[in-house]
Design a protein around this ligand. Structure first.
Ligand SMILES: Cc1cc2nc3c(=O)[nH]c(=O)nc-3n(C[C@H](O)[C@H](O)[C@H](O)COP(=O)(O)O)c2cc1C
Length: 212
């Protein structure tokens, strides 16, 4: 903001000097200066990073959602849920059944790539410089529905903190795999929580992460 004000002030000062050189056109110059200053202010506001935090997550059965909500509440972040166009039913998620949707997608990466999200566009995406990124672990990896969001968005200039929930598996290389897919952003070491994660544990972790 200070930079913006400095920009605006220098434009106004420059315009003032110009106005001083030509008394006849001083009114027109002053008004042009005001217009230029307003344009500078609005451009700077669009590009300036506000330091805001976003929690992006996908959740099949609500466990990751609960963690995402706790993080957002704790650090005052906005929430963005990734929702497949064709939502997963309980039956779809039955990984013990070889014929279920997830089992078939697991067997066939082309099917995974076909899982479409309702939207991958975050309003004011440029204003977020910290993104918590959450997903359940599916067969040891990040659940694939998150991939489209990562492929569609530019994480340049953002600090990304992966988090996941699982029955027992660790986070493994899932965070690094997503970082490689993204190709941009400063991806941090992630954190795994139990399916029924303890909210106070999640809140303490989120506070620690933001405290650096
Ligand atoms: C398709 C599928 C595969 C899973 N694979 C694993 C796994 O490899 N390791 C594990 O510990 N839990 C696994 N789980 C359990 C989930 O990671 C766990 O229940 C998670 O908390 C679900 O989060 P959600 O409610 O946000 O979808 C799997 C669950 C599903 C539905």
């Amino acid at each position: 903001m200070r930079q913006t004000m400095q920009k605006v002030m220098s434009l106004v000062l420059a315009a003032g000097l110009l106005a001083g050189c030509s008394a006849q056109s001083s009114t027109a110059t002053a008004s042009a200066a005001a217009t230029t200053a307003a344009a500078a202010e609005s451009t700077a506001a669009e590009t300036e990073n506000t330091g805001a935090t976003l929690v992006v997550y996908f959740s099949g059965t609500g466990n990751t959602r609960a963690v995402a909500e706790t993080i957002a509440d704790t650090v005052g972040a906005d929430l963005y849920e990734l929702t497949p166009v064709d939502p997963y039913t309980e039956e779809d998620l039955d990984w013990t059944n070889a014929d279920s949707r997830v089992s078939q997608e697991h067997e066939n990466e082309t099917l995974q790539d076909q899982v479409e999200l309702t939207t991958t566009t975050v309003e004011n995406w440029d204003s977020y410089d910290v993104v918590f990124f959450g997903y359940p672990i599916w067969w040891g990896n990040a659940a694939w529905p998150v991939r489209q969001f990562i492929a569609d968005n530019d994480f340049t200039g953002k600090t990304v903190i992966p988090f996941c929930t699982s029955a027992s598996s660790g986070i493994g290389s899932s965070g690094q795999d997503l970082a490689a897919l993204a190709g941009t952003g400063d991806w941090q070491e992630g954190q795994r929580f139990a399916s029924q994660a303890d909210a106070s544990e999640v809140a303490a972790w989120a506070e620690d992460v933001l405290a650096g």
